[in-house]
Design a protein around this ligand. Structure first.
Ligand code: SDX
Length: 397
């Protein structure tokens, strides 16, 4: 049974509904708790991130993305049997209907992969729209299908937009390795697959960020989980959110060389330009995920060769610390992630779709949690428009 949330509505103390409490207004809901959640905790001052009480850095080093996804959705690390069954179910559901592949073939090849992903994720609802939200089997099935099919759809559009037919998943490859195989048509180096799996863990969940808030609002109307994920994908695409990882690379390419960093940065700050990959609503220190992603990038450079753009990024971080550090503005998760993906040979406009593959785990955890104590989101507003006025016929205007 989808449980109703507690009835603690303001202005409901027996009197008629009072107007909005204007003292509660915060632009962007900054600092306003909009839900209760047991999934993820962030300490923005200490730079700490935990998933269901486990340190995200430890999970990135020792867990797998599917084990972490299970933990996020069901709240406990799986037993060996549970994990084996979950991995097998996800593997069995990786394929995507030919109807969806044919639909993707009608998309313009120059379209952004995030738009292709949002459209194809929503289309899953046409195949599985039956909504049995109070049935744990339905919830389990939806979690398996979305985790399984989102990577396949990202990889399919990549091949389709190159004029090729998408290739079928390889059942003998684990999650991240299979994604890289479907994307590149080559079996990936084990180190590359392991590092991508760690990146997926680091991007899997981050409390009530914009796209997860979208997911919870959409979930609260009791629509199907495919619409929930499609709503979140659209939100993640924005450059102030998940889209920043792609823009960081564009920014670094625009700077061009280490000796141009200081002038470029001072000019950008003077123009009140947001430096992509910097700043965070929660973190007032360097994002702990950026610290780990930097180490993963260095591990890749040791094996596959250095990337001079990394030196440029580090120079930018060093100088930005003097200009923006005093305001608590430091690198966030998007600052180094693109350099990892670039070294893995992944095209820049697929960085955010990879973020979406990972965050599908967090969105689904919040979808399930919302259903457990649901109350449709319907905040109030402070009306700033015109007072009542009479209609003016055209000739009188
Ligand atoms: C993600 O919420 C999450 O958890 C998101 C995420 C997740 O895992 O889901 O962590 C993923 O979205 C990371 C963020 C990726 N976005 C970017 O890198 C884009 C650049 N960053 C900024 O747009 C900004 O920092 C935000 C959007 C991330 C946070 O914005 P806030 O908290 O609303 O901060 P703000 O815009 O109110 O800025 C406060 C001050 C302003 O200066 P003043 O007007 O007070 O003088 O800080 C300045 C801003 O100008 N500022 C920046 C800046 N970010 C904030 N100045 C320069 N460059 C920046 N990046």
């Amino acid at each position: 049974m989808v449980e109703r949330g507690s009835d603690s509505r303001p202005g409901r103390s027996g009197s008629a509904a009072a107007g909005p409490d204007q003292s509660l207004y915060r632009p962007g809901l900054e600092g306003v708790p909009a839900t209760q959640s047991a999934i993820c905790d962030i300490d923005g001052h200490l730079g700490q991130l935990t998933y269901r009480g486990y340190d995200a850095a430890t999970l990135a080093a020792r867990s797998s993305f599917l084990e972490t996804a299970f933990l996020l959705v069901w709240g406990e690390l799986p037993t060996a049997d549970q994990l084996e069954q979950f991995e097998q179910e996800v593997q069995m559901h990786r394929r995507v209907s030919f109807r969806i592949r044919d639909m993707m073939k009608s998309f313009p090849s120059q379209g952004h992969p995030m738009d292709a992903l949002q459209a194809s994720a929503a289309s899953l609802g046409l195949f599985y729209s039956r909504r049995a939200l109070d049935n744990p089997e339905y919830i389990y099935g939806a979690v398996v299908r979305l985790l399984a099919k989102i990577p396949t759809m990202v990889a399919a559009f990549q091949l389709i937009r190159k004029g090729q037919d998408p290739i079928q998943p390889r059942d003998d490859l684990p999650y991240a390795a299979n994604f890289l195989y479907m994307l590149t048509e080559r079996e990936p180096d084990p180190l590359a697959a392991r590092i991508l799996d760690a990146c997926l863990i680091l991007h899997a969940e981050h409390s009530l960020n914009a796209s997860t808030f979208s997911a919870r609002v959409t979930a609260s109307t009791l629509t199907d989980p495919y619409a929930v994920v499609a709503s979140a994908v659209g939100t993640l695409a924005g450059p102030l959110h998940g889209g920043a990882n792609e823009d960081v690379l564009t920014m670094l390419e625009e700077i061009g060389s280490e000796d141009r960093v200081e002038l470029w940065l001072d000019r950008a700050i003077a123009n009140r330009q947001k430096i992509m990959g910097f700043g965070h609503r929660e973190y007032k220190v360097k994002d702990p995920r950026a610290v780990i992603l930097q180490r993963l990038a260095e591990e890749l450079f040791e094996r596959f060769g250095h990337d001079p753009m990394y030196d440029l990024a580090r120079r930018l971080e060093e100088i930005a610390a003097t200009r923006l550090g005093p305001k608590g503005i430091y690198p966030n998760v998007d600052f180094y992630s693109g350099l990892v993906y670039r070294k893995l040979g992944i095209p820049c406009d697929l960085f955010t779709p990879i973020f979406a593959i990972a965050r599908t785990a967090g969105w689904l955890a919040h979808w399930k949690e919302q259903l457990g104590a649901n109350r449709i989101f319907r905040p109030s507003q402070i009306y700033t428009g015109c007072a009542h006025r009479d209609w003016q016929p055209l000739e009188a205007r």
